[in-house]
Design a protein around this ligand. Structure first.
Ligand code: GCO
Length: 423
């Protein structure tokens, strides 16, 4: 969760599912294990990877709602994405970097707007491009973990109402069927939608993401639609060739209620996490994405804190890994994968300190018996951090903004060693 994701939930009712209690006792108790479904689709290897997203690294995402949002008058985006990291042209180099770190998995996303630039029109060039990226991974023994939707929509979808359009689940299902048909036999895992809870909260409540709306009822309806999209995509991918685990990824954080705001926090968590956690019961896994901890008062998230902060302005809190894994495990029977964890900072020593502690919390969660199948550090490259532009630096590798030259930071070698010690 980020500063610009602050939302107000005052006066809202807890929904029909109720909220998972977030007391340490309730979390430790966990989801009844006998209800866990076995998962033959997973590789026996633990996935050690790093993650990126198409729009944040490829550059030139002109056919998307985000591009238009960045360029519109009074946009909350501090700068446009432009050429990003030019990964559209340099993906071989990126995958080679992943290999050089000794990782066995790379999580990246496909740009729907490139694959289906106009309704029903599949761009063969884009398909072959992504086939090249998947093959570049396979050729190096790297498992390609593919996200189908990471925040951006094709313009034609946005113009038809985006996540409020009655056809959205059908369209995303059809897009997922195309991806499944083309790549099902070569991908290792599929994430349908990245952080649908953030897409809804930022786009329809906080108005910091496209379409820039702030309306509780529309926000709740969009959350419902996103879950319907996920189901349609999961079903389409399940029918595809290949045998890969399918799930969504969720933004989770540790929250501390203050000033008697327990009820408000429960309401917030119900929409933000619990209804999504409940929607994963039929999936193969849940992707947990965690960075920090927030205090939560009667007016909503309280930004910042007294202790050490990151460049995002939120607390340095690697403990969020253990906390969110335990909270997810208490609410869903499916295996978990940390699909994103990392720190935005200009200080690479701070990154090493954060990752060192985060991995210790991951180790502890696994020792406690939580079924975790992988860990993906965010991010391989310093990239476009949405409305915050190129300010916050999450990369193990820096990218020169003019030449696009990639330079691994000391944290890259550190992470490679930390992973090697655990593999
Ligand atoms: C998100 C995304 C990533 C971010 C990362 C760092 O959580 O917003 O999945 O695109 O870049 O989380 O903030």
């Amino acid at each position: 969760m980020k500063k610009w994701r602050n939302q107000m939930v005052r006066g809202r009712r807890v929904g029909r599912h109720g909220a998972t209690p977030c007391t340490p006792q309730a979390i430790r108790r966990g989801y009844p294990r006998e209800m866990s479904r076995s998962n033959a689709r997973f590789s026996s290897d633990f996935y050690w990877g790093t993650a990126t997203a198409a729009y944040q690294i490829e550059g030139g995402g002109t056919n998307t709602d985000w591009w238009r949002f960045e360029h519109r008058e009074g946009s909350s985006a501090v700068e446009p994405s432009g050429d990003a990291c030019d990964s559209w042209h340099r993906y071989e180099e990126d995958v080679e970097l992943v290999r050089s770190l000794g990782l066995n998995a790379y999580r990246f996303s496909l740009e729907w707007a490139r694959i289906e630039p106009r309704p029903g029109e599949i761009d063969r060039g884009a398909i072959e491009h992504y086939r090249g990226l998947i093959e570049a991974c396979r050729a190096r023994g790297i498992a390609p973990v593919v996200t189908l939707h990471h925040f951006t929509l094709p313009l034609w979808v946005a113009d038809a109402g985006g996540f409020e359009c009655p056809d959205i689940a059908t369209w995303m299902g059809a897009y997922a069927a195309t991806v499944g048909r083309e790549f099902g036999s070569s991908i290792a895992m599929a994430c349908t939608i990245n952080e649908p809870n953030v897409v809804a909260a930022m786009g329809y409540l906080a108005s910091f993401f496209p379409p820039g709306v702030s309306d509780w009822d529309r926000y709740v309806a969009v959350n419902e639609n996103l879950r319907a999209c996920h189901r349609a995509m999961r079903d389409a991918l399940s029918d595809a060739p290949g045998d890969f685990p399918i799930g969504l990824t969720l933004s989770m954080a540790e929250y501390e209620p203050v000033e008697g705001a327990e009820a408000e926090l429960a309401t917030y968590l119900d929409e933000m996490e619990d209804r999504y956690l409940d929607a994963t019961a039929e999936d193969d896994f849940l992707g947990v994405q965690c960075y920090t901890k927030h205090r939560f008062g009667p007016e909503g998230l309280i930004w910042g804190g007294d202790g050490e902060l990151t460049a995002m302005g939120y607390p340095f809190w690697p403990q969020s890994v253990a906390y969110t894994l335990a909270r997810a495990a208490a609410r869903t029977p499916v295996p978990l994968v940390v699909t994103e964890n990392g720190i935005g900072t200009d200080d690479d020593d701070q990154r090493i300190r954060y990752l060192d502690q985060a991995l210790a919390h991951l180790d502890a969660a696994r020792r406690d018996g939580i079924d975790v199948r992988g860990y993906f550090q965010w991010s391989l490259l310093d990239n476009f951090e949405w409305t915050l532009g190129y300010g916050p630096k999450f990369g193990l590798v820096s990218v020169d903004r003019t030449s696009f030259t990639r330079t691994p930071k000391p944290s890259a070698a550190w992470f490679a060693r930390a992973v090697a010690a655990r593999r």
